[in-house]
Design a protein around this ligand. Structure first.
Ligand code: FAD
Length: 393
């Protein structure tokens, strides 16, 4: 019997899972999601899953607002599973040169109704007195932000999608995207052909290889990122907020009650590695550099214990902003990839946008045109790529 679907979604990370659930909620037809390894086996399973709304681009702030609401009210909105959201707050530390930009971002956030504040160094100390503040010029504070969990979110979206009838297949690999003329007709998988008039590819770094035979160029660089893990000393006290240290160019995110995950700000700082599926430990120098920055910022943590770290791969686009939406070259083809190390928090909102685009042909959440995949070939990169927002997680 022919294997047919109305929509095939490729990829079982947070993006594919969110899109499949949103599509099912819209009653978009027979949906098959295909994941070759395991749900959240890619970047999503290694994600620090920081949830913040501090973005240079207003459109992405709106996308994060949708996500923040969903993570914080998962039971009522999604109804199955959980997000692992912890509202520990998000604190940005600015160096001198970024004060003006930080102020502008906070002003824009406030205009959109977000509880965000631009704060003095003394106020940074009121929020987190254990931080060294000598080299900090100012801060920004989002009390309602924090972190969630990538694997939990992807698996919860999948469980909820299954309840709505999505056929989730873990194991088969999509080998090629199939088209006739300028129209998508399905996918060839390691377990046979699936006919579908609509295909949504959200396969992280591997998205590019599925598009290339159709003449669609999506330049993505896979950059392996180290996460150092420390156990804080027992006298540390209450957990700290998520700290985005733009002076030392690192972030520190609490895990459970006694651990901290330490990560690098610069998306390109790490080895380029196409073996994105492989689980690899961090290079020792990367871990030590992250530990040094953490101890500099939290001087009481000189005796914190280093635990075993891990790595995950960012799918970096040329402007470090995602590419999503309908692909102009082929009718029925939609793509969401190139999240460049900051796609977790965007996944609820992008899933909603993708479902709107598939079902209605448009979305009222944001103007999606600037995020089109064709912008790379056209040389029309997003301006937020250079400098500031390039290096926030
Ligand atoms: C170490 C690390 C820390 C991060 N921290 C944060 C953070 O704090 N906040 C934040 O917002 N973002 C963060 N990110 C980024 C975020 O995790 C990613 O942007 C997001 O998880 C990407 O999700 P995805 O679904 O697009 O990709 P993935 O999770 O990579 O999923 C793609 C899936 O597609 C599958 N696949 C690929 N090819 C095929 C095929 N041919 N057939 C079938 N299946 C296929 C893969 O197996 C994979 O499971 C971090 C990422 C890393 C690596």
């Amino acid at each position: 019997m022919a294997d047919t679907a109305d929509i095939v979604v490729v990829g079982g990370g947070v993006h594919g899972a969110s899109t499949a659930w949103h599509l099912a909620k819209r009653g978009a037809g027979k949906i098959v999601l295909i994941e070759k390894d395991g749900i959240a086996s890619g970047a999503s399973g290694w994600s620090s899953a920081i949830v913040r709304m501090h973005y240079t681009l207003e459109s992405l702030v709106k996308v994060t607002m949708y996500g923040r609401e969903m993570y914080g009210d998962w039971k009522n909105i999604v109804g199955v599973g959980e997000s692992g959201f912890r509202q520990v707050g998000f604190l940005v530390l600015f160096p001198d040169g970024e004060i003006k930009h930080g102020q502008e971002v906070v002003k824009m956030q406030q205009r959109l109704g977000i509880d965000a504040r631009y704060i003095t160094v003394d106020e940074v100390g009121d929020i987190e007195p254990r931080l060294l503040r000598d080299d900090v010029a100012a801060g920004a504070w989002e009390p309602n932000s924090g972190h969630a969990d990538g694997s939990t979110v992807a698996n919860s979206f999948i469980a909820a999608a299954r309840e709505l009838g999505v056929d989730v297949r873990v194991g088969p690999e999509v080998l090629t995207l199939v088209s006739e003329g300028s129209k998508v007709t399905g996918v060839d998988t390691s377990e046979g052909f699936i006919s579908a008039g609509t295909v949504v590819i959200e396969a992280g770094f591997r998205t590019s290889a599925l598009l290339a035979p159709h003449g669609v160029d999506l330049p993505i660089t896979p950059v392996r990122h180290a996460i150092a893990v420390v156990e804080r000393t027992p006298d540390f006290g209450d957990i700290h907020p998520v700290v985005s240290d733009r002076v030392a160019r690192a972030y520190y995110r609490p895990e459970r009650d006694n651990l901290a995950f330490l990560g690098e700000h610069d998306p390109m700082r790490g080895p380029i590695d196409e073996e994105v599926e492989a689980a690899k430990p961090p290079i020792l120098d990367e871990e030590i550099s992250l530990l040094e920055r953490f101890v500099h910022r939290f001087p009481s943590q000189e005796l914190a214990s280093k635990m075993r770290g891990y790595t995950g791969v960012y799918d970096c686009s040329p402007d470090f902003q995602p590419a999503f939406g309908k692909v102009q070259a082929l009718d029925g083809l939609f793509v969401g990839a190139g999240f460049s190390g900051h796609g977790f928090k965007l996944s609820p909102g992008i899933g909603k946008i993708m479902s709107d685009l598939v079902v209605d042909g448009s979305t009222d959440m944001i103007d999606v045109h600037p995020f089109r995949i064709e912008r790379f070939a056209e040389g029309d990169l997003l301006a937020a790529g250079e400098g500031y927002n390039r290096s926030l997680s």
